[in-house]
Ligand binder design. Structure first.
Ligand code: G3D
Length: 200
């Protein structure tokens, strides 16, 4: 009897689980984005003060339950010496969120290089890509179209091996964040190449 009830309970409560990588240079706004996403999607989450968030060193992990599934985020450090660790996570992930600091033209070439190395990796073929032109609240920041075309110039034709969306956002104010996460949710649910990996 216990097994019957336990089986029913499990069936009612289990969720498909997905893993999402948040990549980009240090200071792009990855951790702020993750905090903002947790605050927007987990009603009980008490977020960190955005002003107290420091650059990602190593790995931050975050979790969101939404639309009947569980999203696990891996926010990886973007410093040059940490970028070599990114590919250790590629075969496990269901989507990539690549974050660009649209307010920092000085580091545009650096983020293009990091993006190019990432997008050429064959373990990411078929993995949906959300390109976030972050910090749109900064006056004179690059527009989404510019960020998109700059990264496309080093990513073509590899970008086309997946679903891709470029969006502007401000992780600080929250503008555009839920649109981006909702798009990722749609894509990972539809992606036949990387089905949900585990059931919890
Ligand atoms: P990282 O995790 O990619 O290294 P962080 O980046 O999330 O730590 O953010 C780095 C800095 O950028 C932080 O400022 C953070 O507040 C700021 N930031 C993140 N997103 C935005 C945004 O959308 N708009 C603006 N204006 N700033 C943003 P500090 O001053 O703490 O270094």
């Amino acid at each position: 009897m216990f097994h019957l009830f336990y089986g029913l309970y499990k069936q009612c409560t289990q969720k498909d689980e997905y893993f999402i990588l948040i990549l980009g240079l240090d200071n792009a706004g990855k951790t702020t984005l993750l905090e903002q996403a947790k605050a927007q999607f987990n009603s009980s989450y008490v977020g960190l003060n955005p002003k107290k968030i420091t650059a990602t060193v190593g790995l931050n992990i975050g979790r969101i339950d939404t639309a009947g599934i569980r999203l696990n985020f891996w926010d990886l450090g973007g410093q040059e010496e940490l970028q070599s660790l990114w590919d250790k996570y590629y075969s496990e992930c269901h989507a990539i969120i690549y974050v660009v600091d649209s307010g920092d033209r000085n580091r545009l070439n650096e983020t293009k290089d990091a993006f190019a190395t990432m997008i050429h990796n064959q373990h990411l073929d078929g993995v949906p890509l959300l390109l976030l032109a972050n910090k749109q609240d900064i006056e004179a920041s690059m527009l989404v179209a510019e960020v998109k075309s700059q990264l496309s110039s080093v990513g073509t034709p590899y970008i086309g091996r997946r679903e891709c969306l470029a969006l502007g956002c401000s992780a600080l104010t929250g503008a555009g964040v839920s649109d981006g996460i909702s798009w990722v949710v749609e894509q990972i649910k539809l992606n036949p190449i990387r089905p949900a990996r585990t059931q919890i």
